[in-house]
Design a binder for this molecule. Structure first.
Ligand code: NAD
Length: 286
């Protein structure tokens, strides 16, 4: 068997077009376009790349983005004061603070300070709680993007055994909630999990979010499984690789995401969708 490719690039483009149409609907009806504040602290090269991508894609779909580039040595209080200001700004629908923050800062305190209605990353405890309770609200971009990708391919999830490797706040945990909400039976694996291979072998749906290239071996994959590789690892050659041995897994899986071109583009497109949703919720246009 050779797996079908879950083409995140193409699905992200479709999602961008949908968001663009939503923005045009707002402005065409006399409303204002959504506005996103993008806060970048310091000069982490990977963060700079992500932020550039987010800002340019906002522009493409008609979302207004406001750049707040701050020096690496700013005080926690200065960043909190900026968040307060953005929370109070009537025109700002979404606030994104690019992570990681420099080591002297407390990222959780910053996340906690963002107005949950403007939390387009879906990281605020209120929004994580809403996801856990299956209530509407902003949902974290990477897991929501994965769900959109699976829905877009027409993959039926109810009743499937899903295994997630990784338990981070930004991927593993919200991903588990998403799959539970889609009525999968969910197992979350992490660095202390015993016999990971056996758990992966039983997975109808596998989501890998570890951060180690080729960590999941191809022959662990169940025949016909859906394999979602969230990992983004830079190899010495400069190439990007996922957490799954793609060539091996592709011989057994039914569906598989490539890296790059799988989950990554969906994450950015979902940020745009979350920003439009926030604008529609805060300032509806009829
Ligand atoms: P993290 O470091 O916070 O979490 C990694 C997880 O892997 C941990 O929960 C840990 O318990 C688990 N783990 C580590 N070693 C393990 C082992 N031997 N067996 C089982 N589990 C093990 O990472 P993260 O922020 O969740 O990101 C994971 C990967 O996903 C990274 O490569 C990151 O770059 C990538 N990522 C991609 C996107 C995207 O848009 N595609 C978004 C976020 C993160």
């Amino acid at each position: 068997m050779t797996a079908e490719i879950l083409d995140g690039k193409a699905a992200a483009l479709r999602l961008q077009q949908t968001v663009g149409a939503g923005v045009a609907r707002r402005t065409g009806a006399g409303g204002r376009p959504p506005e996103l504040a993008v806060v970048l602290v310091g000069e982490n090269p990977a963060s700079q790349v992500y932020v550039r991508k987010k800002r340019s894609q906002c522009e493409e779909v008609g979302i207004v983005s406001h750049a707040h580039d701050l020096p690496a040595d700013i005080e926690q209080e200065t960043l909190l004061a900026l968040v307060d200001e953005l929370n109070a700004a009537a025109n700002i629908d979404g606030i994104l603070v690019q992570l990681p923050l420099p080591p002297h800062m407390d990222a959780q305190q910053v996340i906690d300070r963002i107005d949950p209605a403007k939390d387009v990353d879906g990281f605020h405890p209120v929004n994580m709680g809403r996801l856990a309770l299956k209530l509407p609200g902003p949902r974290s971009c990477t897991p929501r993007g994965v769900m959109t990708l699976l829905e877009d391919a027409g993959i039926v999830l109810a009743g499937k055994d899903a295994v997630i490797i990784g338990q981070s706040n930004i991927v593993g945990r919200p991903m588990a909630m998403e799959l539970l909400n889609a009525r999968c039976t969910v197992t979350i694996c992490h660095s202390r999990t015993r016999d990971l291979e056996a758990k992966v072998r039983g997975a109808d749906v596998l989501v890998a979010a570890v951060g180690r290239p080729g960590f999941v071996q191809g022959d662990w994959i169940k025949e016909g499984a859906v394999v979602v590789d969230v990992g983004i690892n830079r190899l010495e050659s400069g190439k990007l690789a996922g957490d799954v041995d793609f060539d091996g897994a592709r011989q057994r899986a039914g569906w598989i995401t490539p890296v790059p071109g799988g989950v990554g583009p969906m994450t950015v497109a979902t940020l745009l969708a979350n920003t439009l949703d926030a604008a529609d919720a805060r300032d509806p246009v009829y």
